[in-house]
Unconditional design. Sequence first.
Length: 169
Amino acid sequence: MTNNDMILRLRYALDIKNMDVVEMFKLGGMKYTKEDVLNMLIKVAEDETPPAGYIEVTNDMFEAFLNGLITFKRGPQKPRPGQEAAPVQTEKDHPNNMLLKKVKIALSMTSDDVLATLFDGGVKVSKAELGAIFRNPSHRNYMACGDRFARNFIRGLTEQYRKPQKKED
């Protein structure tokens, strides 16, 4: 699954408007126009040649989007007096792990919430397996998150955030 595909699916799952995506990139430190975002969201099959104007989302761009999502949903973090800014740890090689970690932060989810979301997406996973995905990449028990896992996580988010509202009589 490409970074473009993950943004497209996440945008649908959380019902994010195109202008909000532009704002999220801006909050993440990258400036793009609405037209740029539309060119990122073009659906391209693996065996197809991308159309003219198509913008491939790099891991840096994807990380900026996710950081902007966190700021967009939770607001900017204010440093405490006397506290230095913490160094940002990134996982450039594992965008799926970055997706799970940063969406969890953005939506203020607990590990149990993530487990429920994965269950809604069709995956039953233990807390230990989930903990391995959230670990630092240098940890010996770190586990890279696969495309299927990330896809089912986004599917679970779609189930939770876009399910039709039932009217009570």
